[in-house]
Every structure is written in C-alpha cells, then in structure tokens.
Design a binder for this molecule. Structure first.
Ligand code: NCD
Length: 340
C-alpha cells in the first residue's frame, strides 16, 4: 500500500489485514514502554487544514510509538496565511525529505491531488464530505474487538449522513466486512443518491433500536450546513437523539458509538455517553493502534517484521536486555522525549 486515500481502494482481505496488524499494534501500545523501532529514520508530517483533536493527536502518537520522526504543520501559523498554495506547501515539505504526509482538508479530493504531486505516501485524515478511512478502520476494529467479527452484525448509522465523511467511509468498510448497515436519518440529511451502497434506510429510530448490534451516532455537522435542513435542533433531538429511554431499548451487549466530537444533548444525551456500552473512548484508543498499523503497512519493512510477540516484548523493558537491544530502545525513548 503506497497511499491510503479511501476505503474503496481496500478489498475485504486488505481491510482484514490492517485489522490483524492492528492487533499487534495494540500489543505494542500495552507495553510498559509502548514503543517499537519499526519506523526509525522515517519522517511523517501532518498537514491539517481543518480542525482536529483526536485524529491529529492519534496520528502523531502512532508515528512516535513506531519511532518515526514527526513534524506537525499548523496551518494557522504557516505561510498558508500569506497565500501559499497547497502545491507549493507540499513541495516545500517534500524538499525536507518526508516519507508520509497525513492530510486533512475541507475540500474533497485534496489528499488524492497531493498524492499526484509528491513521491511521499499520502494518508487521508478526512477530506470534506468525502472520506475518512482511518476512522472507518478504527470503528471496524472496535466492533470486531467486541464481537469477534463484523459478519452478520447490524449497524445503525444515525443522523447527518449527508455531510459525513465518517458515514461514507464506515458504510463501505462495514458492508465490505460483512455487516448489515441501516441508515437512520430524515431525508434532508441523506445524500442525494445512495447508489452504490448496499444499505437499508429508515426515518424511524425507535423501530430499529431493538434489532441492532451497534448504534452509531453522527455529529450534527452544522458548520457544513448552509441551508435549513432540519426544522430545529430540538426537533432533531426529539426524533433522532439517543436519550436514556431509547438507549434502554437497545439489546443486551449492543454498542453505542460516536466518532467525536460529541454534541452532548443533541445527537446523544450526556449520561448515555457515559454508559458502559458506550465505547467512545475505546474508539479513540483503538485509533492510535489502527494508525500505527496503517503507517507500518505504508512505510514499514513488511509484515514479517511486525513487532515481536508479548513473550519477546518483555525483554523490551529497561533491565535484563542484551547490549544491542538496550541501545536501540534507550535511544528510541530519548528521541520520543525530544520530539514530543
Ligand atoms: C470526525 C471528522 O472530523 O470527520 N471526527 C473525527 O475525525 N473523529 C467527525 C465529525 O467531525 O463529526
């Protein structure tokens, strides 16, 4: 894999491979020193033209856990404010010798365009309404880690599907991995066409709650709405919000998911987000491991060089190691501190 631009570039086998590599990265992340040397000497730069908390921090910590050097490009304090074009910015970054560029942009297609301009690998961290492939991978991983697989599972995706790159990526990833997807939204918050998705659609959240394994709530993306698509937020919440009474009607073991940032009190009631079956923070934690897997598969030495298994990992702790290992790991830790 040279780039990760969209879920539809990934076959079911490739999706499963990324999830398997993520298992190894979860193991690395659970070590007392959560680091592996796989990407030493590689440089990952993040280029975020749009706001982000989770995605940006998790790519950064994913790169660091694999010992890559990281650079972060804060658009608000860069020459973009002086009118520099994306292409010139990318050429500047490339001249400094980057191996991968993680891009978020408010316009669809920008990551793919950058991939045509540079020899570096490009990872799409969200482009407009289009795609957010690592979000779909971390969500698929979270469902798989609770249920063993997505095969035959029923996932309701609720809310503002029209403006959601998360929904577009998740629909493709979940259905490709064998899940049944039900979209729950008012017609005004659906895209103009549902082709080519293999999904069911309903406006009646109450009718599906008892039948789903996952209730996936989307943020109301008001910054992307330039017309009145719903009568009022109160009415939206009354019909599509997951309040306590609705959450009670979910079946045993059904998960509540949200990509964040949550609008508590709009698409999800504040206390519902704290229930044990709400796995929002687990999604965030899995986001780091999934992004480690993606960076590893794009930049790493190949799957044969996956970080060692737990038994071998014990020797990665500070004492009782041989001299060569000790050098490697100590310098890794040091680099991370300096680079943080
Ligand atoms: C999403 C995004 O930015 O696409 N957030 C995220 O990456 N976790 C979803 C959103 O903004 O609603």
């Amino acid at each position: 894999m040279k780039h990760l631009l969209s879920v539809d570039q990934l076959s079911r086998g490739e999706l499963e491979e990324i999830l398997e590599v993520t298992d190894a990265m979860v193991e690395v992340s659970n070590r007392s020193i959560p680091k592996a040397p796989a990407l030493r000497g590689r440089t990952v730069v993040s280029l975020f033209y749009e706001d982000s908390t989770r995605t940006r921090l998790s790519f950064d910590s994913a790169a660091k856990r694999l010992s890559a050097d990281t650079m972060s490009f804060a658009v608000s304090s860069s020459s973009v404010n002086k009118g520099e074009s994306i292409r010139d910015t990318v050429e500047t970054i490339e001249a400094m010798g980057m191996d991968a560029i993680v891009v978020r942009h408010r316009s669809s297609g920008v990551p793919a365009q950058i991939a045509r301009w540079t020899d570096a690998s490009v990872v799409n961290a969200g482009d407009g309404w289009h795609q957010h492939p690592t979000q779909a991978l971390l969500d698929a991983y979270t469902i798989r880690s609770r249920f063993g697989s997505l095969d035959g599972r029923v996932v309701a995706i609720v809310g503002d599907i029209r403006h959601s790159r998360v929904a577009r990526s998740n629909i493709e990833a979940f259905t490709r991995l064998g899940a049944r997807v039900v979209l729950v939204a008012p017609p005004t918050l659906l895209p103009s066409t549902l082709v080519p998705w293999d999904v069911e659609v309903t406006e009646d959240l109450d009718s599906v709650l008892g039948h789903v394994d996952v209730c996936y709530l989307l943020r109301m993306q008001r910054e992307r709405m330039n017309e009145a698509l719903i009568p009022s937020l109160r009415e939206y919440t009354a019909r599509f919000g997951l309040d306590a009474a609705r959450a009670d009607r979910l079946g045993d073991g059904a998960l509540i998911m949200h990509p964040g940032p949550m609008n508590r009190g709009v698409e999800i009631a504040g206390d519902v987000a704290e229930r044990p079956n709400a796995v929002v923070t687990e999604q965030v934690a899995n986001g780091v491991a999934v992004r480690m897997a993606v960076l590893f598969l794009i930049l790493g030495p190949g799957r044969h060089a996956l970080p060692p298994t737990p038994a071998a990992a014990v020797s990665a702790g500070p004492p009782d190691r041989d001299a060569s290992q000790s050098d490697t790991h100590e310098s890794d830790t040091h680099e991370s501190e300096v680079g943080a």
